[in-house]
Design a protein around this ligand. Structure first.
Ligand code: EPU
Length: 418
């Protein structure tokens, strides 16, 4: 198993290019199943979750061609509609295959994802929504077995605004008979992007990006070309790393409009932030971060995917703060690791009470999930000495070429196996 060793202490300085968004690319890849014609996706990130998604599509009999960051998928005929547990358990986003498979092929056999390090993560909204559209769904031996001759338009109201359930049902509804309305829909930018892609394939969708989305079903969708937008969480992670190390960095291929809440918090931390249409610069002016209180909530509020990184930043801040996690019940696994590096954090239920310390100390630590690993990388970059991060495969699920990007910003990192 690979470990990442980071020698900390210096400021991040320089420029890097942000990759395409993992969480926009995953639904886009699933959406390729909705057409018999080739679909081309550009700006695909080089991350492990994308490899897993493409492995699933290949297993199902799709033609998949990948050349650097460009991908072409042709789903003219399928040989299987099964997403097996062995792959689904490594990537919960596999649930996104359920809606498109059912809508186009009338059948799907997708493993239940099960729990994961950040919580139990149920999929009831996906299943209930598809049932409302006329699907027959049985859970058998850990698999969601779904059937429908043709899905029917329906009015769906979510109890919680789930991101992937909104995407799944939006995709399913594009080929349904009649009109579907999704209320209390999630409003994340990845949903707006998926609607854009589906519309370029001939789907009829209005309201994506608001909490009420209307989809008028059509008989078939055609091929298209679509560019994946920049990854807002990778962008935010680098911005926090620059603030934590008192650095000055510029991120190319990034979109400040998708990160307004995070940027406002970084300004409260004391950083100067400037941006153009496709770049963002954070200049910490060499100052120690000020503490900021955070409460995670669905978009456009503060993203749960940036919570762990801000816990690290607050652990280095000049004062005390609280970080409240409202989306996932168990997304604080990084805290025990940060404590091993000298962070003063007390966990009370869903709230982390943090007393900043000027320096963290290097220590061997363990990554538990994707964003927790990012928070440990940031801590290691700011700490005195060599930090070894074990189970670094979590990081590679969602961060494209992170070692090279950190090196471009002046950080010293190396990988070892064992
Ligand atoms: N929920 C339900 N029932 C459902 C679905 C969700 O109760 O059927 C609850 C969840 O338990 C959670 C809340 O709704 O409390 C929101 O979860 P959501 O379904 O929105 O999460 P997701 O769609 O599984 C996506 C991202 C996550 C990100 C969350 C929240 C993808 C592939 N994944 O997950 O990304 O944390 O939205 O923004 O888009 C990551 O990239 O590290 C990551 C975990």
């Amino acid at each position: 198993m690979e470990k990442l060793i980071i020698t900390g202490g210096g400021p991040l300085q320089g420029e890097v290019t942000i990759a395409g968004a993992k969480n926009a690319a995953l639904p886009a890849i699933a959406a390729c199943l909705l057409s018999a014609e080739p679909v081309t996706l550009t700006n695909i990130p080089g991350v492990r979750d994308i490899d897993t998604a493409l492995q699933l599509l290949s297993l199902m009999g799709c033609e998949v061609e990948r050349d650097a960051n460009t991908l072409q998928v042709t789903a003219s005929t399928l040989t299987s509609v099964r997403a097996p547990y062995e792959l689904v358990r490594t990537m919960r986003g596999s649930i996104l295959l359920l809606g498109p498979l059912l809508a186009r092929f009338g059948e799907a056999d997708v493993s239940l994802p099960g729990g994961c390090a950040i919580g139990s993560r149920p999929v009831n909204e996906h299943i209930t929504g598809l049932e409302r559209m006329g699907a027959e769904i049985d859970i058998e031996a850990g698999y969601i077995k779904a059937k429908a001759t043709r899905l029917k338009g329906a009015h769906i109201v979510f109890d919680v605004p789930s991101v992937t359930a909104t995407e799944n049902l939006m995709m399913a509804a594009t080929l349904a008979d009649g009109t579907t309305v999704i209320d209390n829909a999630a409003m994340e930018p990845e949903i707006t992007d998926l609607a854009l892609m589906l519309s370029s394939m001939g789907a009829r969708i209005t309201g994506a990006g608001t909490n009420s989305i209307t989809i008028e079903g059509v008989v078939s969708l055609h091929g298209a070309q679509h560019q994946i937008p920049p990854d807002r969480i990778e962008t935010g992670t680098f911005l926090v790393a620059a603030a934590a190390t008192r650095g000055d960095i510029t991120l190319r291929n990034s979109n400040a409009a998708h990160l307004q809440y995070v940027i406002a918090k970084l300004e409260d931390v004391g950083s100067d932030i400037s941006s153009g249409p496709d770049w963002i610069r954070l200049n910490s002016r060499g100052l120690r971060p000020q503490p900021v209180n955070i409460t995670t909530a669905p978009y456009p509020a503060f993203p749960t995917d940036m919570q762990a990184q801000f816990v690290t930043l607050n652990a280095l801040a000049d004062g005390s703060s609280t970080v409240v996690e409202t989306i996932f019940e168990n997304r604080f696994m990084h805290i025990a690791e940060l404590q091993r590096m000298g962070a003063h954090i007390e966990l009370q239920g869903h709230t982390a009470a943090i007393q900043g310390t000027e320096r963290l100390q290097a220590a061997p630590v363990m990554a538990t999930d994707l964003r927790a690993s990012a928070s440990l990388v940031i801590a290691a970059l700011a700490a005195d000495g060599d930090t070894t991060i074990d189970r670094v495969y979590h990081l590679d699920r969602g961060y494209d070429n992170i070692d090279a990007k950190l090196a471009d910003l002046g950080a010293s990192t190396r990988r070892v196996s064992g």
